[in-house]
Design a binder for this molecule. Structure first.
Ligand code: F6R
Length: 616
């Protein structure tokens, strides 16, 4: 949702805070701000700068400001309470400007807290839920900011990652988290014991350190230049060993591409190999991070997959893969519905949570619901140390690296690879996939990086075909079987970055209503690669052609016939239908990308969206 950065040390505060916010802008981009403890003439003062709109507005505002100091916090906002405006943007300061805070999350009982603070004479400037926190800190201040924060946290209901500074304690940055991500970055090398950082995610501090501490819920941390103190929820001091982050700085840079989204689309061949790497040995899948016994694995009789958005589409694909190979029933649920539907979960069920961020509030709640019911849980997660990865019984990390584009691309293909690996793993443990079949599956998986490369070489050919969407106000995507899920993902990509409405269906469903929409302003995007249902899909395309529809079809290389019924064709390499989702989704991503750029849209930061949805 929102992004938080904080720094204590001797580097240029302006640079560390602003550059950090640039890396975090994907988390929210309707306003931004920083507060710095300015120590000119040894007179500590908090200076706060805020601007609405994209981050560069803040950049322009602070460009000529002389910012001297060694302690500061910054925030990029995705509004929840209060419209995007300068006054509602963070940081929020106490009335005497002695305390400043930034917050990511939602304080659910803010109205009651606001009423009681107002009675005490506190004046609220903003419409945010966050402002209650700074007034509570002021009201309860004991002379020790960390102690005060520990004192007021039990009063807050909801979720938070927050950071605060005070003029009265110019050498400490105090933070806490519950349900929203926050990491502490440790000064490294020459700067060990000279500086420390905090951030919503590691991308913001990766250029300075790869040594981080992942905080747990309800922990409070006081950070000085040379010291990090962490208190657990019972107010006991605790020691947390740092984790080394393996993501490289390049993943946080555009590397010559016009957009992160395009760069991430291009990273897919490597992401596929990286996700496979180390997890395939001979004819077996090896997953070290699954802490379930052989007996527990053997007993699994039903699988639930719980996820949101693109990750949900990976789940829909996973259902086909698992059911066809393991013959175990799989139910896929949108995470925001799962726990409200009174799900039937038994202790022999396996619940798979798919999430790029590992922080999506609804998916996390789904995990907790599953654990409450006694089911076994496995996360398919990209971000190390995230909530879901820490709470699930096991995690398969997708080695996609940092994904910055708000529209998920490489994380999706990595999730699919993880699902194939998990299927192989369960198939061997449950003795339901023969060694010969496993060898066949692995052989196909290993072909995928090369095939992805071949598809990327067709980028300019695919880009030329976006004229099919000229003047379009809507579109229909069709697929069948496993590729229905890819039609769903293709339609989501198109709508979220090009703002063209799109719907997806199993192709046989079209004639039951949606065919009425087909017109000059509503083209059809069909997935008709070689499959057991190829002829059926072809007939459905014919039905659209007979009604004068504009059609673009994804077909298998060598399929000449399809060109007679489809106005435009994108050819992809041939592979067994089971593995075709990976091959088919990449052209869909490229199509959506170039449709968006042809409309001059900000692909990396689509309107109204944020990368991590840590609120319900
Ligand atoms: C769409 C997209 C979102 C996410 C969804 C879940 O391109 O990125 O639909 O897939 O918000 O996020 P994660 O995977 O982090 O749980």
């Amino acid at each position: 949702m929102c992004g938080i950065i904080g720094y204590i040390g001797d580097r240029s505060l302006k640079e560390v805070l602003y550059n950090g916010l640039v890396k975090l802008e994907y988390r929210g981009y309707d306003s931004a701000g920083i507060s710095v403890l300015s120590s000119e003439q040894n007179d500590n003062k908090i200076a706060t700068f805020k601007a609405t709109g994209k981050l560069h507005h803040l950049g322009e505002k602070i460009k000529n400001e002389k910012i001297i100091g060694h302690l500061g916090i910054g925030h990029t906002r995705w509004a929840t309470h209060g419209v995007p405006s300068t006054v509602n943007s963070h940081p929020h300061n106490s009335s005497d400007n002695s305390i400043s805070i930034v917050h990511n999350g939602i304080i659910e009982n803010h109205a009651e807290l606001r009423a009681s603070l107002t009675q005490k004479g506190y004046k609220f400037l903003s419409a945010t839920d966050t402002e209650v926190i700074v007034h509570l800190l002021d009201d309860n201040y004991t002379g020790d900011l960390a102690e005060t924060l520990r004192k007021i946290l039990p009063l807050l209901e909801g979720t938070y990652a927050l950071a605060c500074i005070s003029v009265k304690e110019p050498d400490v940055l105090v933070c806490a988290r519950k349900g929203s991500p926050l990491v502490v970055g440790l000064g490294k090398g020459e700067n060990e014991n000279k500086e420390n950082f905090i951030a919503s995610d590691v991308s913001a501090i990766l250029e300075y350190t790869d040594q981080v501490i992942f905080l747990d819920d309800n922990e409070v941390v006081a950070i000085k230049k040379d010291q990090v103190k962490v208190w657990d929820e019972n107010h006991n001091l605790k020691t947390i060993a740092p984790t080394t982050i393996e993501w490289t700085l390049e993943t946080a840079e555009k590397g010559g591409y016009a957009h992160f989204t395009l760069k991430e689309i291009h990273e897919q061949p490597k992401v596929i190999s990286d996700t496979l790497k180390g997890k395939i040995k001979g004819n077996s899948a090896v997953i070290d991070e699954i802490n379930l016994s052989q007996e527990e694995l053997e007993n699994i009789s039903k699988i639930h997959i719980v996820a949101c958005g693109t990750s949900y589409h990976a789940g829909l694909t996973g259902k086909y893969i698992i059911e066809s190979e393991l013959r175990i029933p799989v139910e896929v649920d949108v995470a925001s519905e799962f726990r409200y539907n009174n799900p039937i979960i038994s202790s022999t069920d396996l619940v798979i949570l798919i999430s790029q961020s590992g922080e999506t509030a609804d998916t996390l709640a789904g995990l907790r619901e599953a654990k409450k019911a006694g089911a076994k849980t496995i996360g398919i997660i990209n971000v190390m140390g995230s909530n879901i990865s820490r709470e699930a019984d096991g995690t398969i990390y997708t080695n996609a690296g940092l994904e910055v584009g708000v529209a998920s691309t490489k994380a999706f293909t990595a999730q699919l690879i993880a699902l194939y690996i998990l299927t192989l793993f369960l198939g061997e443990k449950k003795a339901s996939i023969s060694e010969e079949r496993r060898a066949y599956m692995i052989e196909n998986l290993q072909k995928l990086p090369k095939m992805a490369e071949e598809i990327l070489k067709m980028e300019s050919t695919i880009a030329e075909k976006v004229s099919i969407f000229d003047g379009a106000i809507s579109s229909i995507f069709i697929g069948r079987n496993i590729n229905t899920a890819i039609a769903c993902e293709g339609s989501l990509k198109l709508k979220e970055i090009s703002y063209i409405h799109a719907e997806a269906y199993p192709s046989g469903e079209l004639k039951h209503g949606s065919l009425a929409l087909i017109s000059d302003v509503c083209p059809l995007v069909a997935i008709a690669t070689k499959s057991s249902t190829y002829d059926k899909v072809k007939s459905n395309i014919e039905e659209v052609k007979a009604r004068g529809g504009k059609i673009i079809t994804l077909a298998t290389v060598g399929d000449k016939e399809i060109a007679n019924i489809s106005g435009e064709v994108i050819y992809v390499p041939e592979i067994d239908e089971l593995f075709s989702p990976i091959v088919n989704v990449i052209p869909m991503q490229i199509l959506a990308y170039y449709t968006a750029t042809s409309r001059d849209l900000d692909v990396d930061k689509p309107r109204n969206l944020a990368k991590s949805v840590t609120v319900e």
